[in-house]
Design a protein. Structure first.
Length: 103
């Protein structure tokens, strides 16, 4: 049996509604997002939205929210801003007409 590996940034995965989240913080954000959808502020949302970057690199956005007022919010739930993340976020914002909000 393979021993459980510890995440290098101490993030603990969580499972909610049969879905696995990379951190408990991301899972909590998902639960709040479901409430905001029930209240009507958010019409619908997508999880793990891929963006293709040069060099066959992919960036996965945690959530893309579509709000009742017609706005779209790109959300990345972050505990630790790594240099790789910062570089990929900038590339996505340069190549696509989006702004990535960090929570």
């Amino acid at each position: 049996m393979k021993p459980l590996q510890r995440h290098k940034y101490s993030a603990k995965k969580s499972e909610i509604d049969g879905m696995t989240f990379h951190s408990q913080k991301e899972g909590r954000y998902y639960q709040k997002l479901k409430l905001r959808k029930k209240e009507g502020e958010v019409v619908f949302f997508l999880r793990q939205v891929p963006f293709d970057l040069p060099g066959k690199v992919k960036y996965r956005l945690d959530f893309m929210e579509f709000h009742r007022d017609g706005t779209v919010h790109c959300i990345d739930v972050k505990g630790m801003r790594t240099s790789g993340y910062i570089m990929k976020k900038k590339m996505v914002e340069d190549l696509y007409p989006v702004y990535i909000e960090e929570v």
